[in-house]
Design a protein around this ligand. Sequence first.
Ligand code: GUN
Length: 291
Amino acid sequence: MARIIDGKAIAADVRARIAEGVLAIRSRSTLHPHLALLLVGDDPASHVYVRNKGKACEEVGMKSTIVRLPATATEAEVLACVDAWNTDPSVHGILVQLPLPRHISEQNVILAINPDKDVDGFHPINAGRLLIGSPGFVPCTPAGILELLRVANVETSGKHAVVVGRSNIVGKPIATLLAQKRPQGNATVTLCHTGTVDLARYTRSADIIIAAVGVAGLITADHVKPGVTVIDVGMNRVEKPEGGTRLVGDVDFAAVEPLASAITPVPGGVGPMTIAMLLSNTLHAAQRTSL
Ligand code: GUN
């Protein structure tokens, strides 16, 4: 029986600490931490995410601004919006919700964001800082995973961590962070991906598995050794036999949980941490301007 790492509870603690930080900064200055969010187009999931991010800001006492542009917006219009926020001193964090409509270059838009306001940590400057271990914004999902490992007292130093998935948002940054000589780091890291031959050969030797591929139930009992810690980043919608859909991870929870020493559920694991770390990055962005 595994310990269930309760991301919902841990995220609530993070948000409570952030709310205190917001109160503190507001009581000693005129600063009001402020996240600006840009949503382009009408992807329903993106609309829900952005609304939830805005709500999460209000709940910790931060200001949020949401600009919604139609799917027909031009790249120039998107860049103009980002640019206005770059130069607006009342805006501390900028988030452009991805994916963008196909005619807009995500790379161009990410490059346009002031790295000191890049609370998603997607700008190449912040990706580079992360790689060399200098301070910068860490993308929210990897930051949330580190916080889960910290609070759940999972030893990483000297352990074998296997990251499955090489996305720029999760796989690559979390693999880098786990390998660094720092708390929640110093692990020996293997990065597996769609080119990996015999995935189970690697995951079976893992003390920690981070699954971030977007394939429902990919990690089965055959992929793990007893006592493993499993962090499931997957968010896959699958049809229920009785109709409707449910959210499942990349890990076959029912099969793996009995073998694991600790595991995150889906939902209620990594998911809630992502928004909490976005708020944390925004608070840090605001705090930095008052130094
Ligand atoms: N779309 C899916 N996840 C994310 C995220 O973390 N940030 C942004 N900006 N867009 C996303």
